[in-house]
Design a protein around this ligand. Structure first.
Ligand SMILES: Cc1cc2nc3c(=O)[nH]c(=O)nc-3n(C[C@H](O)[C@H](O)[C@H](O)COP(=O)(O)OP(=O)(O)OC[C@H]3O[C@@H](n4cnc5c(N)ncnc54)[C@H](O)[C@@H]3O)c2cc1C
Length: 380
């Protein structure tokens, strides 16, 4: 067993950390205030090859592993939670399903430009009445000659306002046991009948683009079906398992940022004639934060390593996502506590960390759903 990063992974970590410090962190507060998506950042990430880390070179990527991808998400998320979410969603939800399940033509058409960072993609699963219960999808896709005709509505879809295409889940039929067959279909966002509006006023991750999508008699060629129509459900469960590793990595990034800010502040702040870091009550908070961050990161890297080895990783991805997101929220909360009244003010980053971290306990499966997934793996 070897817990050390490889030379390549270490170099990537340093490169992304340096980039995030210079090109992402300085804009984090502004994006939080304006709720704007910063295109420039994604252009620069593309130039560094970051948009294609986990994809092979033949598909425009750089042929990295999942651990490298998790390292990049952590460093980007440490600088700005919203940018981290958009980055993770672009790769895990926009591009990865096409890499996992797409035909060669689909990969050339849609994956290659995404991996090169020329375009972004989205994944539209959630609907107003189907969140955790994704099997309750109401969007329908009916085959009419050589085309699918899609009708329905999706909500809270990350990056959709800037996506060239959206992978949409839709009911395409019924199984023998009467349950719906849910398939995934690639819908170019400029197809007539697609309306995308991005007017949500979010609590956190405000630098990330989040949209509502209405599909009104949207026609796409039947070749846009992604993977096996009958296995759409298991395909997106696999996609979400992978995505959970990246959300967990993002959580580690925010937790690490909280720890560093709190430690720095505790050393500087003087009360009762000494720095507050000399009080055991503050030291214990910092010690707990550091321990949990270390544990969360180890879980993330283990889940990523299992995925890279081609071994089952669903349970570990759910554990990593559950533990890291809750760690992130606790760490941000303690960072505010250590900052006292200053921590409650917007100009100090820690209150933003708390708002950003909260999303991670909800998106890509709530903490309750992660516990259900883990319990199922235990045989409950
Ligand atoms: C900023 C943001 C970005 C997002 N990006 C995307 C995206 O790109 N693509 C996409 O498809 N979706 C996206 N989502 C949607 C997200 O994945 C869902 O919000 C999430 O899966 C939860 O669904 P829900 O909000 O409908 O909550 P619900 O499913 O209605 O859950 C409400 C509460 O009930 C609990 N609950 C539900 N079922 C059970 C159960 N069986 N047992 C115990 N408790 C249960 C939940 O844990 C939760 O606490 C995004 C959401 C946000 C806020």
């Amino acid at each position: 067993m070897n817990f050390e990063l490889t030379k390549e992974q270490q170099m990537l970590k340093e490169m992304v950390r340096d980039f995030a410090e210079k090109e992402i962190k300085p804009y984090a507060q502004e994006l939080d205030e304006t709720s704007e998506f910063r295109h420039e950042t994604f252009k620069k990430m593309a130039e560094l090859g970051l948009m294609g880390i986990p994809f092979p070179e033949e598909y425009g990527g750089v042929g990295g592993d999942t651990i490298s991808y998790a390292i990049a998400v952590e460093e980007i998320g440490k600088a700005c939670g919203g940018t981290g979410l958009s980055y993770a969603a672009a790769i895990s939800l926009g591009a990865s399903p096409i890499y996992y399940f797409g035909t060669e033509e689909q990969k050339q058409e849609w994956l290659v430009p995404m991996a090169k960072g020329e375009t972004l993609g989205s994944f539209g699963l959630t609907e107003p009445n189907a969140g955790s219960d994704a099997g309750g999808t109401r969007t329908k896709a009916v085959l009419d000659g050589d085309e699918y005709v899609i009708n329905g509505e999706k909500c809270w879809i990350t990056n959709a306002g800037y996506a060239r295409q959206i992978i949409v889940t839709a009911v395409t039929g019924k199984r023998e046991d009467g349950k719906n067959i849910v398939s995934a279909i690639i819908v170019p966002s400029d197809t007539p009948g697609v309306t995308i509006s991005c007017n949500y006023d979010k609590m956190g991750v405000r630098g990330s683009n989040t949209c509502e999508i209405v599909l009104d008699n949207v026609r796409v060629p039947k070749e846009n079906l992604l993977g096996d129509s009958k296995k759409g459900f298991s395909q997106f469960l696999f996609t979400l398992d992978g995505g959970r590793i990246s959300i967990a990595a993002l959580a580690v990034g925010i937790a690490q940022a909280s720890l560093e800010k709190a430690l720095q502040y505790a050393k500087e702040r003087q009360q009762f004639g000494k720095s507050i870091s000399k009080f055991q009550a503050i030291q214990f908070k910092l010690a707990d934060m550091a321990t949990e961050v270390e544990l969360a990161r180890t879980l993330v890297h283990k889940a990523a390593w299992l995925k890279d080895q081609g071994k089952p990783f669903g349970k570990e991805a759910a554990m990593a996502k559950l533990f890291a997101s809750e760690t992130s929220f606790r760490a941000a909360n303690q960072a505010i506590q250590i900052h006292g009244g200053y921590g409650y003010m917007r100009e100090y980053d820690v209150e933003r960390y708390l708002r950003d971290a909260k999303l991670l306990e909800i998106g890509e499966g709530t903490s309750e759903i992660q516990r259900l997934v883990i319990a199922r793996h235990l045989g409950c």
